[in-house]
Design a protein around this ligand. Structure first.
Ligand SMILES: *[C@@H]1O[C@H](CO)[C@@H](O)[C@H](O)[C@H]1NC(C)=O
Length: 488
């Protein structure tokens, strides 16, 4: 009996060993031999091998299990893009290169499954791109492990078939700074999606994910988040939870369905510097105090908001006695604006302004824009006037003299005051000089034509004697000795 079972065990063991061996053989058999003729090899730093759209005689590249003909090959960047790879498995991803690879790019393949611990052997992997594949969360269990998480910096999972994010799915990626999940049309996020492990995440992109609203605690585990992109999601208003992101600097809400920028939509985001809201199909108005809280704002971009026709004069808080932000770049190209209010913001640091493609009313209210030479460098399309009729289609920078000709411009008025003041001071000085001269000539007992100007020897300030003794009457006299006083 006992002997029998030992025998059976041995048999099982042998069978197992054989299947393992067979599997090993299989791995090798599946290996695709590849050379720098199939791929582009570039040894300049970072050394890169690009196997894009590889086509052998009559087949496509379907595996990442590549064996390089050049055995000494080491690459930091490996791009296996635009192929037909359908699966990734441990020990079968460019096995020769695991030690040095820092970037792995599998964009545009047909990957629908990734085996457990597939990337654990990559000791230096910083960037992993899996964009444009067929991935679902169920088919990538135990892939984002703590071993990978130790050094992974950027993860791209955009344009896959990711749906409900399993809780704590990303938690082992403790050093991740950038996560891109764009274009997963049925992505479902909860308060648990970005859990405790992601405290280093700085950049999150959730474009085109069909998100209608965001759960209230979704960003609670992301204290360092400073860049958030939510382009192309069907929000009708700015999600409240955005106000809870403490360090947010860059916010992109382009292509959403926001209808109005109301006074508290971004009230608590004091740190936002760069606000991108291009192509808001439904936006018509920017309301009173819409940006009042945003003291750090430097760049705003509302280009291609076709229906935007009104910006409240106090949108940045300038008329409610708040300090408006010092904007550096302003984009309102291709909107439906007729004007841009001079006191809207602080234009002191402005470097770029784009207002081409708007039906501008070139009246006195717009004159300021033409006066400041630093604003002449309009960005992109040259703005033209739509009104008044006489200036229709005239480029704004050529209309300067014709825009509001009756009103004296502010800056000119400023210059005029200065000129007036200087002339006044000059006038007083002249009077004083004449008076002094009269006094002087009287004292010398020579009441003569005060307007007579003796020909003094050329004398610059530096030639004046430093010795005060020389400034005595004698010295003065000696100068005058040369003058033809007798002729008078
Ligand atoms: C632009 O605004 C005018 C009114 O100022 C309106 O008649 C026109 O329909 C608007 N155009 C668009 C594209 O919204």
């Amino acid at each position: 009996m006992q002997f029998g079972s030992i025998f059976a065990l041995l048999a099982v063991f042998l069978i197992l060993a054989q299947t393992f061996e067979a599997k090993d053989d299989n791995e090798k058999k599946d290996q695709e031999l590849i050379s720098c003729e199939d791929c582009k090899c570039d040894q300049t730093n970072p050394s890169t091998i690009t196997c894009d759209k590889v086509k052998f005689e009559d087949e496509y590249l379907t595996t990442a299990n590549l064996k390089f003909t050049d055995k000494s090959a080491t690459y930091k960047v490996v791009k296996l893009t635009n192929n037909r790879i359908h699966e990734l498995n441990k020990k079968q991803i460019v096995p020769q290169l695991v030690k040095n690879v820092e970037t792995l790019d599998f964009s545009e393949n047909r990957i629908n499954a990734i085996g457990e611990n597939s990337f654990d052997d990559f000791a230096k992997l910083k960037v992993l791109k899996l964009s444009d594949n067929y991935l679902e969360f169920e088919n990538m269990k135990n892939v984002l492990t703590s071993k990978l998480g130790k050094h992974l910096d950027k993860l791209y999972l955009d344009h896959n078939k990711l749906e409900t994010v399993p809780d704590h799915f990303f938690d082992e990626l403790t050093n991740l700074k950038t996560l891109v999940l764009d274009g997963n049309r049925d992505l479902e996020l909860t308060d648990e999606t970005f859990g405790k492990g992601m405290e280093n995440l700085e950049e999150l992109s959730l474009d085109d994910c069909n998100i209608k609203d965001l759960p209230d605690g979704i960003f609670d585990g992301l204290p360092k988040l400073n860049k958030l992109s939510l382009r192309g999601n069907p929000f009708t208003k700015i999600p409240d939870v955005i106000n809870k992101i403490e360090k947010l600097k860059i916010l992109d809400l382009s292509g959403t369905r926001i209808t109005e920028m109301t006074d508290n939509s971004l009230n608590n985001d004091h740190s936002i510097q760069h606000l991108i809201m291009q192509d808001l199909e439904y936006l018509t108005m920017i309301d009173n105090c819409a940006f009042c809280g945003l003291k750090e704002l430097k760049i705003i971009d509302f280009s291609d908001c076709k229906h935007l026709f009104s910006i409240n004069d106090n949108a940045f808080g300038s008329t409610s006695k708040q300090t408006p932000p010092k904007l550096e770049e302003v984009h309102f190209e291709n909107c439906n604006l007729t004007n841009l209010y001079e006191d809207l913001a602080n234009w002191e640091d402005l470097k770029k302004i784009g207002i081409g493609g708007n039906p501008l009313n070139c009246d006195c209210k717009l004159k300021w824009l033409l006066e400041d030479p630093s604003l002449y460098t309009f960005n992109g399309k040259t703005p033209t006037c739509a009104q008044p009729e006489s200036l229709k289609d005239t480029p704004l920078n050529k209309a300067n003299d014709k825009v509001c000709p009756q009103a004296k411009s502010k800056s000119k008025a400023k210059i005029n005051t200065r000129v007036f003041f200087l002339s006044f001071v000059f006038f007083i000085l002249v009077i004083a000089a004449i008076f002094g001269f009269i006094q002087y000539t009287r004292r010398r007992g020579r009441l003569t034509n005060v307007f007579y100007r003796p020909e003094l020897p050329q004398m610059s300030y530096n030639n004046l004697p430093a010795n005060p003794d020389l400034l005595s009457e004698n010295y003065t006299y000696s100068i005058q000795q040369d003058t033809p006083a007798e002729e008078l």
